[in-house]
Design a protein around this ligand. Structure first.
Ligand code: SIN
Length: 355
């Protein structure tokens, strides 16, 4: 009896050690992970190994990215799919809809345990938040990219891809909404933002990351508290476009003309990236009052980069909403999705405090 117990204990320790050290599980026990590639620097190719700028983002296909990291197959049954191959500064609402629909299809499949999206870093946080609000699954969805092109010495893409597959294949990662993983840091889609133009350590969350990849193993220290994925009402499966929402950046010298132009261009909503606590230049305020009277939903956010926009009676009385702690580019996404559901200002404001 004693020897049976000790054999079991040795086997258990070997299994735990195996997982910690990243030993491969037998192929039929590995979860299926689908990689959806969209382009970006992770798929970027430069003229020389030393070049980290002046390269073409989105030039290598998913097969090339996967061939560069054969180790991904040690952790999952991996397959790839090219959704598009663009620089993410050219991301569109239509591509978001396509990506979200495809993830929803894949996540419904039994043989898919998790999904990885490779993406340019410029708008990665926006795509992550859009998916966080529209993917209807608890399965891990991880979005990653790279700051150095695939051809560079010390390119960060291969390790980011490997870690993302490890994270997407890990049951511990379920129910966290869409996660952003670069440079060993796991962040939640709502709070993460790109903070530096060129550093590999660019993605940061003001309230701290969800966790870290420690030698390839995910460890979590926080949970996203705002509702996401299966707990939002946003279903884009039958949508082919999103309501037009513009972000307008408040500065000294603003004169209301950009607000007027946005309304003329058909804005259904305007996110005002205000100074400080979402403050609005007097000239823009007059134009926004006119816009709101014409039915355009106005949301105040802040250009400061962190903090919550605290309600101000001066703006509330004009019907302007508060964007909570979402940065302007993410407030735009929530307003677009909110407008697919309702035009009621009270209901939209409640969404900003929930998601
Ligand atoms: C892009 O966002 O596609 C280019 C920049 C990058 O991926 O780092």
């Amino acid at each position: 009896m004693k020897s049976k117990l000790s054999i079991a204990a040795v086997m258990l320790s070997a299994m735990i050690l195996g997982t910690q050290c990243g030993f491969a599980a037998p192929a039929d026990q590995k979860p299926g992970v689908k990689i959806l590639a969209t382009g970006g620097t992770i798929a970027g190719s430069a003229a020389s190994k030393t070049a980290t700028s002046g390269y073409k983002a989105g030039s290598l296909g998913i097969d090339v990215l996967m061939e560069a990291v054969p180790e991904i197959k040690d952790y999952a049954q991996v397959s790839g799919e090219q959704v598009c191959n663009i620089s993410s500064n050219n991301m569109t609402d239509e591509l978001w809809l396509k990506l979200s629909k495809r993830i929803n299809e894949l996540a419904a499949q039994k043989d898919v345990g998790g999904i990885v999206v490779t993406h340019g870093t410029d708008t990665l946080e926006e795509t992550a938040y859009f998916l966080d609000l529209t993917v209807k699954s608890d399965k891990p969805v991880v979005i990653t990219g790279a700051m150095r092109p695939a051809t560079a010495i010390s390119a960060d893409g291969p390790m980011n891809l490997l870690n993302s597959v490890r994270l997407a294949a890990d049951k511990k990662a379920s129910g966290n909404g869409v996660m952003v993983l670069l440079n060993d840091e796991i962040d939640n889609a709502r709070d993460v933002t790109k903070t530096n133009t060129t550093s590999v350590d660019t993605f940061k969350s003001h309230n701290g990351p969800l966790g870290f990849m420690n030698d390839g193993v995910p460890d979590f220290y926080n949970k996203p508290l705002r509702l996401h994925t299966t707990k939002t009402p946003f279903d884009v499966r039958n949508l082919t476009s999103l309501p037009k929402v513009y972000v307008i950046y408040g500065t000294a010298g603003s004169d209301g003309k950009i607000v007027d132009a946005a309304v003329k261009a058909g804005a259904k909503g305007i996110v005002y990236a205000g100074t400080g606590n979402g403050s609005i230049h007097q000239q823009d305020k007059e134009a926004l009052i006119k816009a709101a009277k014409a039915g355009v939903v106005v949301v105040r956010s802040s250009r400061t980069g962190s903090g919550m926009v605290v309600p101000e009676p001066e703006y509330a009385k004009e019907g302007f909403l508060d964007g909570d702690s979402l940065n302007p580019q993410k407030a735009r996404i929530l307003l677009q999705l909110a407008l697919t559901k309702t035009h009621d200002l009270g209901e939209i404001q409640a969404m900003f405090h929930k998601y």
